[in-house]
Design a protein around this ligand. Structure first.
Ligand SMILES: NC(=O)C1=CN([C@@H]2O[C@H](COP(=O)(O)OP(=O)(O)OC[C@H]3O[C@@H](n4cnc5c(N)ncnc54)[C@H](O)[C@@H]3O)[C@@H](O)[C@H]2O)[C@H](O)CC1
Ligand SMILES: [K+]
Length: 497
């Protein structure tokens, strides 16, 4: 799957790519960098007017680079519109580049006030964060820390220009502290780093200003990933023919539910049914068969105490989802071994991933792995912090190591596929941070595989469907106290997301 699964996918760029776009944009503007800065600052002023039309007192905190230059342009427009404007910068952090110095001079010529920032910002109606953009690297130095602290201490909303300062625009890492924006206006294109990971706690509402540039500015520039929103979902889900029958929608086998963990297998099986699998079987401990059937009679539940007897169950299933509630004992290892040896297609989750990390095995090519950051860390031999620091790179590394499709769960789920692209899911909410949500995702992906989607598409569409259902469940009943069964029930409801 090389192209994005739909034209509703949004290209995401890293800093290197955005630098090329910037260079091509400036060339198209007659090599006038100030003209591009003027468009950015004017677009930012328009965004401020749209969202804070009543704001009278505006504080713009400018850094030494061109992000700061954008801030000076916004400040001049605000001043010319009659607002009370104060530009602040850190000690010895006056604008360094020619366009930024020109923007600062134009602000001064218009009567603008510039001062060195103190520990606290003046009272204001809005703060504009123009400290750092895509040029930020490493960790914020002490002077920047002081600016971020002053911005955080202000009670005013924050409009971040291009990037919330202190966030890595390529990978989303926040090495130290960073500005928490109410809204972030990106320039020209979407930053990959603002779509996943720690950045999601800093961007607020995210938008992009295209700056009226022609599409040629992106010529020869490859996105590092594609973002998918809920609106794309309905067009991506497998449609059933009028002549569909339960056999044509595929057969999922869920293998898991060790002692004390039968619920995980039940959730995966319920989700597989709600996501459209024609038949769902479960191979689980004998003690879970009765309760499973009483809760979900649509499922065919098989008592499995001897993993060597799995072959007939695997033979009749189109895809096996192994891992929900599997545990890590000898039974679990036997189930995983039998599944890898005989499954037609595999979705590997939870403790099956931990067993894999402990004793790596070769996996069939069209396998989908669905780790959360902790499981990914164990599979990669890294720390969770290292995985989360660059989620796109981590998902790709795991994909390369095992030759499988990888769904790295978490805020801004990342899907990486061998020889194909990388996708980031722009759906889901903090209410989904509860045990069992991963079991539901495993069931959804297995159901899409069983309905004929290739591994990469099943992973991307399944992760999107999971996030959309989570958002629907939160919209209906609130994110607090949301349960996996709420999400599974929401799988049924078609939505205009
Ligand atoms: N890319 C585009 O299409 C557009 C870019 N514009 C704006 O320009 C910034 C990028 O500007 P640049 O000068 O390259 O970098 P920054 O302004 O982000 O800041 C870099 C500046 O800060 C110093 N610095 C970097 N890291 C640190 C740190 N950890 N601690 C302290 N200081 C640091 C560094 O030395 C530089 O001096 C982009 O984001 C847009 O806002 C155009 O104006 C619009 C289109
Ligand atoms: K900024």
């Amino acid at each position: 799957m090389h192209a994005p699964v739909t034209d509703a996918a949004t290209p995401l760029y890293d800093v290197a790519a955005m630098r090329r776009v910037e260079t091509q944009a400036i060339a198209l503007l007659g090599n006038d960098a100030s003209a591009l800065m003027e468009r950015a600052g004017r677009a930012a002023w328009g965004c401020l007017l749209d969202h804070w039309p009543q704001a009278r007192r505006i504080v713009v905190v400018c850094g030494p680079g061109n992000n700061g230059g954008d801030g000076y342009v916004l400040a001049r427009h605000a001043l010319e519109a009659g607002r009370e404007v104060q530009v602040l910068h850190a000690q010895d952090q006056a604008p360094r580049s020619v366009p930024a110095r020109q923007a600062a001079a134009a602000f001064g010529d218009a009567g603008g006030r510039v001062a060195v920032a103190g520990a606290r910002l003046p009272d204001c109606d809005i703060v504009v964060d123009a400290v750092f953009g895509i040029g930020f690297d490493g960790r914020a130095d002490d002077a920047s820390h002081a600016l971020f602290a002053a911005i955080a201490a202000s009670a005013a909303p924050v409009l971040a220009l291009d990037v919330p300062s202190g966030v890595d625009a390529s990978c989303g890492d926040v090495p130290g502290i960073a500005v928490r924006a109410t809204r972030t206006l990106q320039f020209i294109g979407h930053h990959a780093g603002l779509a996943t990971g720690a950045a999601l706690d800093h961007v607020g509402d995210l938008a992009v200003a295209a700056l009226a540039l022609p599409p040629e500015v992106f010529d020869g520039v490859a996105p590092v990933a594609w973002s998918l929103r809920g609106a794309a979902l309905e067009s991506l889900l497998p449609q059933r023919a009028r002549t569909a029958h339960k056999g044509s929608a595929g057969h999922v086998l869920v293998a898991g539910g060790n002692h004390g963990m039968g619920g995980a297998a039940m959730l995966a099986a319920s989700a597989a049914l709600r996501a459209g699998a024609g038949l769902v079987s479960v191979a689980t401990r004998a003690a879970h068969v009765a309760p499973l059937l009483s809760r979900t009679p649509e499922v065919m539940a098989h008592a499995l105490e001897d993993p060597t007897r799995m072959a007939p169950l695997l033979a009749m299933a189109d895809v096996c989802a192994v891992g929900p509630g599997l545990g890590r004992d000898a039974w679990a290892s036997g189930v995983l071994k039998a599944t890898i040896a005989a499954a037609h297609a595999l979705v590997v989750d939870a403790d099956a991933l931990n067993l894999l990390a402990a004793s790596p095995r070769h996996l069939p090519a069209a396998t989908v792995l669905t780790p959360h950051p902790g499981e990914a860390a164990r599979l990669l031999g890294r720390t969770v912090l290292e995985v989360q620091r660059d989620r796109i790179a981590s998902a790709r590394a795991l994909c390369a190591r095992y030759g499988c499709v990888v769904v790295l769960k978490g805020a801004g789920t990342v899907v990486a596929a061998p020889g194909a692209g990388t996708w980031i899911i722009d759906a889901g909410n903090p209410g989904m941070a509860v045990g069992g949500m991963g079991d539901a995702l495993t069931g959804i992906i297995a159901a899409l595989r069983a309905q004929g989607l290739p591994a990469a598409e099943a992973a991307v569409v399944g992760a999107l469907q999971h996030g959309v259902a989570g958002d629907r469940a939160a919209a209906e009943g609130g994110a607090r106290g949301m349960l996996p069964s709420d999400l599974i029930a929401a799988l049924r409801r078609p939505g205009q997301d």
